[in-house]
Ligand binder design. Structure first.
Ligand code: 5RP
Length: 219
C-alpha cells in the first residue's frame, strides 16, 4: 500500500513538468516541501523562486535555490502549492499551515496554479476542513461574530501568529455550497486580511496522488 506521504511525493514530482524557465512561485506545507526537494534536482532550469512563506524561503535557500522578492519578479508563469481541500471545480480551502495570505498573493501573480494533493483532499463540498481566516488582531471578536452569522463556528488558532503578525480564526461547521460567493462576502468584512477560500481564483490544474498513480484534473 502506498502511504499518504508517498502519494504527496509522487504528485510533487509530477509538478516538475509544469516548471518553465524563469521565476516560479512556490507554496507551503508538506506537499510543497516535497516539491521543493524535487525542484532542487532541476534548479539549473529556473532563475529562482518566490516563496509563499518564511518556511518555504528557508527550504528553498537550503537547496541553493535563489529566493526572489515578488516585487522584483513580475508575472510568474506558474505557482505550485498544496491544498487542504479541493473540489472538481478547482475551488480550494487553504491555510492549514497558516500561510494563506502570501499564498493568495503569489497565486494572483501566476498565470497557472498547479495544485498538488493526495486523493484524501478531493471533496464534493468544501468545509469539513475548518476554513482559515486571517484577521487583524483587534478585529478578532467582531469578525468571529460575523462568521457565526454566516453559520460557522470560528475558533481562534491558539498560540499562532502569521508571518504578517496577525491571528487566524478556523471556521468549523460550514457546508460551502457557493465558494465564490462566500469568499467575496468574507473579503468584505472590515479587518479580514484573507479568507482561506481560493475559489474566485482557483487552481488551473490539480495533480492528485492516488495508489494507481498521479491523476490530472483540469477545469
Ligand atoms: C498552507 C496550505 C497548504 O497547502 C495546506 O495546508 C496543505 O498542506 P499539506 O501539503 O501539508 O497537506 O495551504 O497554508
Amino acid at each position: 500500500m502506498m502511504t499518504q506521504d508517498e502519494m504527496k511525493q509522487a504528485t510533487a514530482r509530477a509538478a516538475l513538468e509544469y516548471v518553465t524557465p524563469g521565476i516560479i512561485g512556490v507554496g507551503t506545507g508538506s506537499t510543497a516541501n516535497y516539491f521543493i526537494d524535487a525542484l532542487a534536482d532541476i534548479k539549473g532550469r529556473i532563475d529562482g523562486a518566490v516563496a509563499s512563506s518564511v518556511a518555504t524561503a528557508e527550504r528553498l535557500k537550503k537547496h541553493g535555490i535563489e529566493v526572489i522578492d515578488l516585487n522584483d519578479a513580475g508575472e510568474l508563469q506558474v505557482y505550485v502549492d498544496g491544498a487542504d481541500e479541493i473540489t472538481r471545480h478547482m475551488a480550494m480551502i487553504k491555510g492549514g499551515g497558516g500561510a494563506l495570505t502570501r499564498e493568495k498573493i503569489v497565486a494572483a501573480c501566476a498565470r497557472k496554479f498547479v495544485c498538488i494533493v493526495d486523493q484524501s483532499k478531493l471533496v464534493d463540498v468544501l468545509g469539513k476542513f475548518p476554513m482559515p481566516v486571517e484577521v487583524i488582531p483587534m478585529a478578532r471578536s467582531y469578525i468571529a461574530r460575523q462568521l457565526v452569522k454566516l453559520g460557522g463556528n470560528p475558533v481562534l488558532r491558539s498560540g499562532f501568529t502569521t508571518d504578517n503578525g496577525n491571528v487566524i480564526l478556523d471556521v468549523h461547521g460550514l457546508d460551502i455550497l457557493d465558494p465564490v460567493a462566500l469568499e467575496s462576502e468574507i473579503n468584505q468584512l472590515a479587518g479580514v486580511v484573507t479568507v482561506g477560500l481560493f475559489a474566485r481564483r482557483g487552481a488551473d490544474v490539480c495533480l492528485m496522488g492516488t495508489p494507481e498513480g498521479v491523476r490530472t484534473l483540469t477545469r
